[in-house]
Design a protein. Sequence first.
Length: 146
Amino acid sequence: MSDFKKLSEHIWASPQLTLDDVTEAKSRGFAMIVNNRPEGEADDQTPGAAIADAAAANGMAYRAIPITPGQFGEDQIAQLIDALESAEGPVLAYCRTGTRSTLLWSLAQAKSGMAVDDIAEAAASAGYDVGPVRPVLDMLAAQAGA
């Protein structure tokens, strides 16, 4: 059973996907899958290549933007912004629990000028806490003029 959580109209977060989840994602209208989990993080994770192949077989785009816990960088933020801009429909991002995907989305939104309180509210509505990156969100939002 999938555990897709809506962050916005354009992106949802999820814990680790299975191949069945990819098929469900297609049936729910997702156009792209973003993998935020480094390969080999756990013995039980579905390999990214298998998710990429399943996404392609279902007509969805796939991007790998791996994040080691607590190691968010400017390049990863830029990659997610690019993925969201290029997606031809809703995006499903995943990692082990969905937290890193949510935090990366939060950072990308702050960099793009979304108000930090709105970001925090959207994440909380999906069951995630942006507290660990709140100072960086505030900084990015200030730089963006939000």
